[in-house]
Write a protein that binds this ligand. Structure first.
Ligand code: FE2
Length: 240
């Protein structure tokens, strides 16, 4: 399996705090049959320069050395006007693909400027934005049409494994899955305590509650993304 969103790289952000913790996380991934871990440390263009971030990430990847799981460099890029100062964002994308994991503002409502920035990412940089943990944004909770709007623009939508396992989030996630609003799931794991890797458990739940055609489609999509392929289908219309 592929985990598209993790904070396994040590010393980059609020994820793994040490190499030891990162290595232990990679063992948990392996036990869960995750063989490809996409490393998505936070990048906020208003706080760090792109070059500093890329250098720091390369260092952290080097420190990880040989790992049983394949580690793929990428980012979780905060959508900010400063991003557009850079002529090229390919180093932030999931390695050798056009997919860029982006984090949106946690505001009560997304202004038109937010949609505008997403559109500019697509048309200026030719990236395919993957919107991180859509279920966590207050703006998406308040306005269902926001999610459909991002999909219409050409974005993919990601949901966190942890939220799938939470009873309070499940009804909305189930609705999204049935509508085809969710393209990929990922762990967004930060450590082994408060935010551990739970991808296998989340797939199990989808399997039990909705049937394996849903979990299979989501797994296939995650693999396609890391290989840079275009997705042809979502979970819309899959019958139990
Ligand atoms: Fe994250």
């Amino acid at each position: 399996m592929v985990d598209l969103h993790t904070h396994i790289l040590p010393g980059m952000d609020d994820g793994a705090g040490s190499i030891g913790e990162a290595v232990r996380m990679s063992e948990v991934f392996w036990q869960q049959s995750v063989d490809t871990v996409v490393c998505t440390p936070h990048f906020n263009p208003s706080e760090t320069s792109l070059q500093d971030y890329v250098d720091k990430r390369a260092d952290a990847m080097k420190k990880m050395g040989q790992s049983r799981v394949a580690l793929v460099p990428a980012s979780e890029t905060y959508l900010h006007e400063y991003l557009f100062h850079y002529p090229d964002l390919s180093q932030l994308c999931i390695r050798q693909t056009d997919y860029l994991l982006i984090e949106l503002p946690f505001t009560g409502r997304w202004e038109e400027a937010v949609y505008g920035m997403v559109e500019r990412l697509i048309y200026y940089y030719h990236v395919i934005p993957v919107i991180a943990h859509i279920e966590r944004y207050p703006a998406a909770k308040k306005n269902r049409r926001a999610v459909a709007r991002f999909i219409k623009l050409g974005c993919l939508i990601q949901v966190n494994a942890h939220s799938i396992l939470k009873w309070s989030c499940w009804p909305r996630i189930k609705r999204y899955l049935k509508k085809g609003y969710i393209h990929v799931i990922a762990s967004d794991s930060h450590n082994l305590d408060s935010r551990p890797p739970l991808l296998a458990q989340a797939y199990d739940k989808i399997n039990r509650k909705l049937g394996e055609q849903y979990s299979d489609r989501l797994k296939w999509n995650a693999k396609a993304v890391v290989q840079g392929k275009l997705l042809q289908e979502t979970t819309a219309g899959l019958l139990r």
